[in-house]
Design a protein around this ligand. Structure first.
Ligand code: HEC
Length: 137
């Protein structure tokens, strides 16, 4: 019996340890939505640079630096948002009308105040140049 205990204890301990690790990982995944990617920034065309400035004052709080994602919103340099999935019009709609949460767990995106189609299309140029430079096309 004592011998058996000696063999069981390490096994029980490992089960407890592995269980703990699994719980920690699960918490990270199901807790507050959070997802970001590494984005390398190419040399931008003038229009895309204007778009970057507009992005930085209107979108960065949720979509993160270089649209790489943050605690409040998803990365836009991401396969979901390549042109074939989210055409330029989807960006205009998102900024002017908002987005109901559907792909992620960040909640809804509210309409962004002060946006116009023209401004959003500049932001799109910025996002597309980043996407292309990061292999998302
Ligand atoms: C208050 C936070 C917030 C701000 C500010 C914000 N977004 Fe979003 N955006 C989100 C969230 C959250 C989603 C993801 C919704 C989902 O699919 O679950 C999203 C989704 C999107 C999408 C995908 C739309 C779709 O059809 O799935 C686009 C495009 C987008 N945002 C562009 C922008 C642009 C451009 C700006 C700045 C003008 C901006 N966002 C500002 C939070 C934000």
């Amino acid at each position: 019996m004592e011998k058996l205990k000696g063999k069981l204890m390490p096994i029980l301990l490992s089960v407890v340890l592995i269980g703990g690790v699994v719980i920690v990982i699960n918490n990270n995944m199901s807790g507050k939505a959070q997802f970001s990617v590494n984005v390398s920034v190419p040399e931008l065309t003038p229009v895309a640079s204007e778009g970057r400035d507009l992005f930085n004052s209107n979108c960065i709080a949720c979509h993160g630096k270089n649209a790489s994602g943050s605690d409040n919103g998803p990365p836009l340099i991401y396969s979901f948002y390549k042109p074939a999935h989210h055409a330029d019009g989807a960006f205009v709609n998102a900024a002017l009308k908002g987005v109901r949460a559907h792909h992620w767990k960040f909640g809804n995106m509210p309409p962004v105040e002060g946006m116009t189609t023209q401004k959003v299309l500049k932001i799109v140029r910025y996002v597309r140049e980043l996407q292309r430079a990061n292999g998302i096309m």
